[in-house]
Design a protein around this ligand. Structure first.
Ligand SMILES: Nc1ncnc2c1ncn2[C@@H]1O[C@H](COP(=O)(O)OP(=O)(O)O)[C@@H](O)[C@H]1O
Length: 288
């Protein structure tokens, strides 16, 4: 805990003096981004890279399978900040021969949460390594997941935005079960073809599969915690432990909700619009 506190305090101080890393494509996002989220109010669009503000510090919340990783990764490339997923940090640790590996595997494979101490330790190390390489700002994905983690983060940094991605639960389960990773290149794919009719006032939803290129097809693996039983347990734990985190940020006026309307090509431009981010290349990247 102390490590994260010390580290984030140092990063925040250093970052305040830094200008935003200019992303490769033309990105325009709201003035005063550092001061608070854009909650749909009218915001003057300016090029933030000219303002000399610090890089964004965002958090992505959302149930397992909602697509936090996909959208956080795209936005991190667009905004020139690192995408830090605590699930990836946990998986890296458990695939290592480190002392925690066995203990972590047992927890993750049951769909339970790793202790706050362990996650904070892994996150601190990741942030320290990033800062040594000159990184600043972040999009955190999968952290905080408990009120305690949220309180610790709040004690050491001032988030600009907490984005809560939402999708109906039956679709979340299908998406988790369809996830595949290429064991060679690490690419993330999804073989599920989702087509749910609208009912009881809920809109229908269509999501095309995200299929791998042919050279990855024979190398696809499934995450060991993406079985139906474990996904349901992860959803249960999300509702019990992480829903309160949504309320925590709502009460601070930081939470912005985003209902995913469909697959990436449909959702990505709408997400950029909701965030008041203009990406001149978005048509090409949405189709990628
Ligand atoms: N912030 C966190 N706190 C506790 N455990 C975490 C945290 N982030 C990740 N984990 C552990 O890593 C697992 C995988 O996380 P993640 O890849 O984010 O999965 P999901 O698809 O459920 O969002 C979680 O089920 C949990 O065991």
């Amino acid at each position: 805990m102390a490590a994260l506190s010390r580290f984030l305090r140092a990063t925040a101080t250093a970052a305040r003096g830094m200008s935003t890393v200019a992303p490769e494509s033309s990105v325009i996002y709201p003035a005063g981004l550092a001061a608070g989220p854009n909650m749909g109010s009218s915001v003057t669009l300016v090029e933030t890279r000219d303002l000399g503000e610090r890089n964004v510090q965002w958090v992505f919340l959302g149930c397992p399978g909602v697509g936090k990783g996909t959208y956080a990764s795209r936005l991190s490339q667009l905004l020139g900040v690192p995408h830090i997923a605590t699930g990836d940090l946990v998986r890296e640790e458990l695939s290592s021969s480190g002392p925690l590996a066995q203990q972590l595997a047992a927890i993750v494979n049951q769909g339970k949460l790793v202790s706050d101490e362990i996650v904070i330790d892994l996150l601190s190390k990741r942030l320290e390594n990033g800062a040594a390489k000159g990184e600043s700002g972040f999009i955190l994905d999968g952290f905080p997941r408990t009120i305690r983690q949220a309180e610790i983060l709040e004690g050491v940094t001032d988030l600009d935005l907490v984005l809560n991605l939402k999708l109906r639960e039956d679709v979340l389960i299908e998406k988790c079960l369809g996830r595949r990773i290429c064991s060679q290149c690490g690419g993330n794919f999804n073989v599920a073809s989702i087509s749910v009719k609208g009912e009881n006032g809920m809109p229908g939803i269509y999501m095309a599969p995200l299929l791998p290129p042919s050279h990855c097809t024979s190398k696809l693996i499934t995450r060991s915690d993406d079985t139906e039983e474990v996904v349901k347990e992860r959803l249960r734990i999300y509702n019990e432990m992480s829903k309160p985190v949504e309320e925590f940020y709502t009460s601070r006026g930081k939470l912005q909700e985003f209902d995913l309307p469909g697959g990436i090509s449909e959702s990505w431009p709408k997400l950029l619009e909701a965030l008041n981010i203009e990406d001149s290349d978005h048509k090409q990247s949405a189709a990628a």
